[in-house]
Design a protein around this ligand. Structure first.
Ligand code: FAD
Length: 523
C-alpha cells in the first residue's frame, strides 16, 4: 500500500466512485473495507494520518462493555460481543484475550459482579473469551500481586479482548486496497460538490503535494468522527450539531506497577466512572476519564483535573503508589457521542443505541457514534443504506468472515513481531538482508529499526509522527524515549524515501512539538 499507487488510482478513474468516504478512523476505514469487499468502488480520504484522531487513543479494548450491561443495554452488549468474537477471528494478530479482575472491597461486590459477569458470559455464547469466576482473596492476590490489600475480600475474573487500535486501522486500509478500494491519508475534504442540490462528490486538498482534486462519487459518506458536524455544515450551513464530544484521558506507567497478565477493572469509582489498569506492550494503561468538551481538535489536551483523578486512583489501587514522576506518557481522545436525535424534519434513522445513520436532503450519508469494537456492524449498516441511496445493485456483506491484512493462524510464533502477523515473515527477511535493522530504536522502546523501514515502505507512513505514534506505539509507551528516537526515525525514513537533511530537521522538530504534550510536565 503506497500513497503513490493510491494517487495513480485516483487519477486513472474516469467515472464516479461508488462511495467517497470522508475520514480514516475506525468508522471510515470500516466503511471503505465493507464496500470494497462487496465489490463496490470506494475511495477513502483522511485529512491527516489513518487513526490520527480518536481511533488511536482508545483504551484498546475489544469488548461488549460491562458498564453498558449494568445500565441494561443488553442488545448493545450482545451485538458488541458478537463483533468482539468476529474481530478476534479475522485479526488474531492484533486481538487477543485478556483476563480482567474486579477487586472486591465491599461484602456484596463479589456476588453482584459475579452474577453480572455470568450474564456477560452467556451473552457472548460460543464466542466467549473465557469463563468468569469468583476469586478468593488469595486467588485475587495471586492474579494481582500489587493490588491494594487493605480491606480486600476477593474478586471476580472475566475475559475481554485487547487490541492495537492504530495498527488495526492501518491493516484495514491495506485490506481495503487489496480488495480493490483506495485509501489516501493526508487528503483533506474541504468542500462538497453539488449538482441540482444533490451531493455528488467532494473537493479535496492534498496536504502532501498541495494539489486540489474534485472527486465525484455516487454517494458521499461522512465518517469524520468528532468532526462529522463540520462536514455536515459543508452540506448545510444551518445543520444542527449532532455530537456531544466527551474527552477521555489515559496515563501510561511502567509494567512493574502491575506485573502478571491480569488487568484491573474498577466498575465504579467514587464519582461513578469505570476505571481500568491494563497491561499493554510492557506498560500499564490507566484510564479513562470522561469530561464534556466544547472544542474538538486532533490533539486534545488532558486537563489537570483528569490527571489528578487518574494518578490518585492509580495510587489508591496499586501498592507501588505511582506519582507524576512515574508517568511515561499521557494521551487523550474525544468520544464522538451522539446527541439525542434531531427533530429538524430530516430523516434520522437510529440503527442502534450505539450509532446513528443520517441521510440529509441532499444525500450526504453521515455515520456517527459507536465504538471501535462495533466498526464492522456500523459499516455494514452504512454501506447497505448508502448503496440503496446511490441506486447501486445490492450486494451482501462478506466482512463477518473476511481476514484482515496480516491474518495468521499462529502470530505468536513471530515473537516481538507478532502484531505484524503474516507480514512478520517479510520483516524477518528484511532483517536478514540488512542485519543492522535488527537494532532497537531506543533502549526503552520495544521497537526495531526494521519497523520504521517497513512502515515507510508498505504502510503509508509519511512522517516521523506516523511511525512513532501509530505504525509503532512509541509515543504512547514512552513519550521522552520517542522524542529521543525521532532523529534516527527521520534518518531511516529519509534514506528510504530520498528526503534531504532539511526534511529530517523539520520532521524532528514537528514531532518534538507534538510529543511534548504527551509528557506529564507539559500536559
Ligand atoms: C478515551 C476513549 C477510549 C475509548 N476506548 C474504546 C475501547 O477501548 N474500545 C472501543 O471499542 N471503543 C473505544 N472508544 C471509542 C472508539 O475509539 C471510537 O468510537 C472510534 O475510534 C471512533 O472512530 P471514528 O472513525 O468514528 O472517529 P475518528 O477516529 O476520530 O476518525 C475520524 C477521522 O476523520 C478525519 N477527518 C475529519 N474531517 C475530515 C475532512 N474534512 N477530510 C478528511 N478527513 C477528515 C479525522 O482526521 C479522523 O481521522 C474510546 C474512545 C475514547 C475517546
Amino acid at each position: 500500500m503506497t500513497r503513490r499507487d493510491g494517487l495513480r488510482a485516483l487519477q486513472a478513474r474516469d467515472e464516479p466512485w461508488d462511495f467517497v468516504i470522508v475520514g480514516g478512523g475506525a468508522t471510515g476505514l470500516g466503511c471503505a473495507l465493507e464496500a470494497a469487499a462487496r465489490g463496490y468502488a470506494p475511495i477513502l480520504l483522511e485529512m491527516h494520518d489513518f487513526a490520527k484522531a480518536t481511533s488511536s487513543r482508545s483504551t484498546k479494548l475489544v469488548h461488549g462493555g460491562v458498564r453498558y450491561l449494568e445500565q441494561g443495554h443488553i442488545p448493545l452488549v450482545f451485538e458488541a460481543l458478537k463483533e468482539r468474537g468476529r474481530l478476534r477471528q479475522n485479526a488474531p494478530h492484533l486481538v487477543h484475550s485478556r483476563p480482567f479482575v474486579v477487586p472486591g472491597y465491599k461484602w456484596w461486590e463479589r456476588s453482584y459482579y459475579g452474577m453480572g459477569l455470568k450474564v456477560y458470559d452467556l451473552l457472548a455464547g460460543r464466542k466467549n473469551f473465557g469463563r468468569s469466576k469468583r476469586l478468593s482473596r488469595e486467588e485475587t492476590l495471586a492474579r494481582l500481586p500489587t493490588i491494594e490489600r487493605d480491606g480486600l475480600r476477593g474478586g471476580v475474573i472475566y475475559y475481554d479482548g485487547q487490541f492495537d487500535d492504530a495498527r488495526l486501522a492501518v491493516n484495514m486500509a491495506q485490506t481495503t486496497v487489496e480488495q480493490g478500494g483506495v485509501a489516501l491519508n493526508y487528503m483533506e475534504v474541504t468542500d462538497l460538490r453539488k449538482t441540482n442540490g444533490g451531493v455528488d462528490g467532494v473537493v479535496a486538498h492534498d496536504r502532501e503535494t498541495g494539489a486540489r482534486h474534485e472527486i465525484e462519487g455516487r454517494t458521499v459518506i461522512n465518517a469524520a468522527g468528532v468532526f462529522t458536524d463540520t462536514v455536515r455544515a459543508m452540506d448545510d450551513a444551518a445543520a444542527p450539531a449532532t455530537l456531544r464530544p466527551s474527552q477521555g484521558t489515559h496515563i501510561v506507567l511502567d509494567r512493574s506497577f502491575l506485573p502478571g497478565e491480569s488487568a484491573i477493572m474498577v466498575p465504579e469509582t467514587d464519582d461513578g466512572r469505570v476505571l481500568f489498569a491494563i497491561p499493554w506492550n510492557e506498560r500499564i494503561i490507566v484510564g479513562t476519564t470522561e469530561a464534556p468538551v466544547d472544542e474538538v481538535t486532533l490533539e486534545p489536551e488532558p486537563t489537570d483535573g483528569e490527571l489528578d483523578f487518574l494518578i490518585e486512583h492509580a495510587r489508591r489501587y496499586l501498592v507501588g503508589d505511582p506519582g507524576p514522576e512515574d508517568v511515561l506518557s499521557v494521551f487523550a481522545g474525544i468520544r464522538p457521542l451522539v446527541a439525542p436525535s434531531q427533530s429538524n424534519g430530516q430523516a434520522t434513522a437510529s440503527i442502534s443505541r450505539s450509532h446513528e445513520l443520517h441521510v440529509s436532503e441532499s444525500g450526504l450519508v453521515t455515520i456517527s457514534g459507536g465504538k471501535w469494537t462495533t466498526y464492522r456492524k456500523m459499516a455494514e449498516d452504512t454501506i447497505d443504506r448508502a448503496a440503496k441511496h446511490a441506486g447501486l445493485k445490492p450486494r451482501p456483506s462478506v466482512t463477518k468472515h473476511l481476514n484482515i491484512h496480516g491474518w495468521h493462524e499462529h502470530p505468536e510464533r513471530f515473537g516481538d513481531l507478532s502484531r505484524y502477523g503474516s507480514d512478520a515473515i517479510a520483516l524477518r527477511r528484511l532483517m536478514k538482508e540488512r542485519p543492522a535493522l535488527r537494532a532497537p530504536l531506543h533502549d526503552r522502546l520495544p521497537i526495531r529499526e526494521v519497523q520504521v523501514v517497513w512502515a515507510a515502505r508498505h504502510e503509508m507512513a509519511q512522517s516521523v509522527e506516523d511511525v512513532l505514534a501509530r505504525r509503532t506505539r512509541g509515543l504512547l509507551l514512552d513519550a521522552q524515549a520517542s522524542i529521543d528516537a525521532a532523529p534516527r526515525v527521520a534518518a531511516l525514513m529519509a534514506e528510504e524515501r530520498g528526503h534531504d537533511q532539511q526534511w529530517q530537521c523539520d520532521q524532528v522538530e514537528a514531532f518534538r512539538e507534538t510529543a511534548e504534550a504527551y509528557l506529564l510536565d507539559s500536559a
